[in-house]
Design a protein around this ligand. Structure first.
Ligand code: ATR
Length: 287
């Protein structure tokens, strides 16, 4: 549960949704509808197809129609920030919002639960603690930014961001340097840093369906017995993860990040623990 969240179970019918473009294939409605059902809340979570031009009006619609909150997905995560009444630190520092809470006093507060959801899933499913660990994050896009932020909250020994375009890795490192030991490197210069890593996390789309045989780094550089995590969940086991498994690594797939970003959003809306197992089952069933 996020800190400082007070229980506020609604008595009436609750409206929730996810705004994106496209939105038809989102698995959030299936996942959150089960969460409402499991916790005995009356309500609906609906897909909201919102174009970039319609975003401003759609956000005003949250207030006008009395939605309790929404999730936000591509392409609105950055643009929606301008329409919030307040931004949580997570959204401010990452520079994107994926969860909006409509407070009882009418204000809209923007949060980012992606990175924190990822770290919670990593800790539930693969490592007991991140403190003191040497971590390598591959990729320097929006997903990496949220994850680097959330990892640095857990006091790792170091976070190294590897990217094909080194400037983007250096930019994230520079933005978060006040939070801990963080550096950016070109993917080609990664051999030494991979050798001493405890956790390696792929945030790029390399290895995603249909490019099943690609890996974002040379897998020969992976040490034996570390933790290897991949945000991709189609396929559930990427080539990177299957090679890591052969090297006796603990492997962690991307489904948990999706489930936990939703679980933390649910906890922001209602202040009660999210039914994570039922949510995970709902996502798996919707494949
Ligand atoms: P997201 O928000 O999902 O992170 P993004 O912002 O488009 O998406 O970032 C994609 C990341 O995957 C980037 O780090 C990108 O590397 P570049 O910054 O060099 O573009 C990385 N990426 C995507 N395709 C790649 C490929 N074929 N090889 C290496 N890196 C790749």
């Amino acid at each position: 549960m996020p800190n400082k969240v007070q229980e506020r179970k609604p008595s009436g019918y609750t409206l929730l949704g996810v705004m994106g473009d496209p939105i038809a294939h989102s698995k959030s409605p299936a996942m959150h509808q089960i969460a409402l059902q499991e916790t005995g809340l009356q309500g609906s979570y609906v897909p909201l197809h919102v174009s970039p031009e319609g975003l401003d009006a759609a956000v005003r619609g949250i207030k006008a129609m009395g939605f309790r909150g929404v999730n936000v997905t591509i392409p609105h995560k950055v643009e929606i920030m301008a329409f919030m009444d307040e931004l949580d630190d997570s959204a401010k520092l990452i520079g994107a919002v994926n969860t909006v809470v409509h407070e009882e006093d009418g204000r809209l507060i923007g949060y980012n639960t992606d990175g924190i959801g990822y770290v919670r899933s990593l800790k539930e499913e693969a490592v007991s603690s991140i403190e003191g660990k040497h971590i390598v994050v591959i990729g320097a896009g929006g997903a990496a930014r949220g994850i680097v932020y959330a990892l640095l909250l857990e006091s790792p020994a170091s976070v190294t961001i590897l990217n094909r375009t080194v400037e983007r890795a250096e930019m994230i490192a520079s933005d978060f340097k006040s939070m801990g030991q963080v550096q950016g490197l070109a993917t080609g210069d990664s051999q030494q840093v991979l050798l001493r890593s405890d956790i390696v996390i792929n945030t790029t789309s390399v290895g995603m369906h249909p490019n099943l045989h690609e890996t974002p780094i040379d897998p020969a550089d992976l040490p034996e017995g570390i933790v290897v995590s991949d945000l991709i969940y189609n396929p559930l086991e990427t080539k990177l993860l299957s090679i890591a498994k052969e090297k006796n690594c603990v492997i962690h797939g991307g489904l948990g990040m999706f489930v936990y970003q939703g679980a933390i959003a649910f906890e922001h809306w209602f202040g009660i623990p999210a039914p994570v197992n039922a949510m995970r089952r709902a996502v798996l069933q919707s494949f």
